[in-house]
Design a protein around this ligand. Structure first.
Ligand code: FAQ
Length: 332
């Protein structure tokens, strides 16, 4: 696996018997299903692991606004425009809950955002692909939000309270997003020959990146063992990937669209689908910064930050004014 940018301090997984004092007590609470709250004692490596994952997740939500935001002005009807606008706003809200959850661990949102803008922080590989046609908006809702739900439902039960609670609302909203995407695909799939081609083309381009979203295979996943012991991760990358495939293939069948994988087969013995080889070189290249849109996405985020400076300044000035007014009782 490529070098990690964040050193969470985890060297190897230790059994509960090897731990002592606070660390042992902490692990016993986790094993008993007790939720960890911000004021509780926690190992520094648990804190760093959560900051790493939650901040990457938050960055993914706000970078994830860009590919779809690109289509708000070109949505084919007022209803589609209003729906897409609401969805993209929801993603911004998810970023907000997640940055707030990360802040409960003692980091500042500004520092996290700086790390994103400086290219030091990761965000999901999936958002480095372009949205070329309207059908891509359908494919993102159907496949990307669909994958996000499968990954995030278990996170509602993760060991860290603020993260798990944030996920409850996020998952409800993601279900709406998934349905709006599937609805777009349904209309296109039942439309003209050109619309059907557009839907199939979007599925062809988004299928494999969505399959890769779940992260590297279990054999290469450096954080899984420790994160599972801490109940941050309740299922492995490959388990969730398989769940996504098994759920999505029948949905493609219903649309009469073809999953772009000649090796896709139902495995009677496993009661699951087998798939062809995943191109992990592509995944690593995208995560390294060499995907089709990495540079464009970061440039757009930096630009939005710079152009939003006046809003942050105005909000800070307003907060200062109202604080002074509250303290002095004078209106300024
Ligand atoms: N892209 O050891 P593991 C959404 C990195 S939200 C980029 O397996 P872990 C909503 C990983 O960070 C989508 N990097 O890591 C939406 C680590 O690097 P590091 C985001 C990836 O953490 C929809 C290294 O590989 N969701 O879609 C990726 O145990 C539509 C080793 O990997 C979340 O963030 C990747 N795909 O498992 C928004 C969910 N996968 O940090 C807008 C929360 C792995 O050592 C529109 N996160 N890496 O430098 C998680 O569940 C986990 O962090 C995983 C990775 C499963 C993503």
């Amino acid at each position: 696996m490529y070098a990690q940018m964040v050193d969470t301090g985890v060297q190897r997984l230790r059994s509960t018997e090897e731990l002592d004092g606070d660390e042992r007590h902490f692990q016993e609470r986790i094993d008993a299903g007790v939720r960890i709250e911000p004021e509780d004692w926690m190992p520094d490596s648990y804190r760093k692991t959560l900051v790493r994952q939650i901040s990457q997740h938050a960055h993914s939500e706000i970078v994830g606004m860009l590919p779809e935001g690109n289509w708000i002005t070109r949505a084919p009807s007022l209803l589609r425009k209003a729906t897409l606008l609401a969805k993209v706003q929801d993603e911004g809200g998810h970023g907000l809950y997640l940055y707030a959850a990360a802040e409960t661990l003692g980091v500042s949102r500004d520092d996290l955002i700086d790390a994103l803008h400086e290219g030091k922080a990761k965000y999901s590989s999936i958002f480095n692909y372009p949205t070329l046609t309207w059908a891509d908006i359908g494919a993102i809702g159907w496949l990307v939000d669909g994958a996000a739900i499968i990954n995030q439902i278990p996170l509602c039960r993760c060991s860290y309270g603020p993260y798990g609670r944030a996920m409850v609302r996020v998952c409800k909203e993601e279900s709406f997003h998934q349905r709006q995407g599937y609805d777009i695909m349904t209309v296109l799939a039942q439309g003209s020959a050109a619309q059907r081609r557009m839907a199939q083309d979007a599925l062809n381009r988004w299928w494999w990146p969505a399959v890769m979203m779940f992260g590297p295979p279990d054999t290469e996943s450096v954080h899984s063992a420790q994160s599972a012991a801490w109940r941050i991760k309740l299922h492995s990358n490959d388990e969730l990937r398989q769940r996504f495939i098994d759920q999505t293939v029948p949905q493609a069948d219903l649309l009469d669209l073809k999953i772009p994988d000649p090796d896709l087969r139902w495995n009677e013995a496993r009661q699951s689908y087998d798939i062809g080889a995943i191109d992990w070189n592509e995944f690593h290249a995208v995560v390294r910064g060499d995907g089709p849109c990495n540079k464009e996405r970061l440039a757009a985020r930096r630009d939005a930050w710079d152009r939003g400076a006046w809003v942050r300044d105005a909000a800070a000035a307003h907060a200062e004014k109202t604080t002074i007014e509250r303290k002095t009782g004078e209106t300024r």
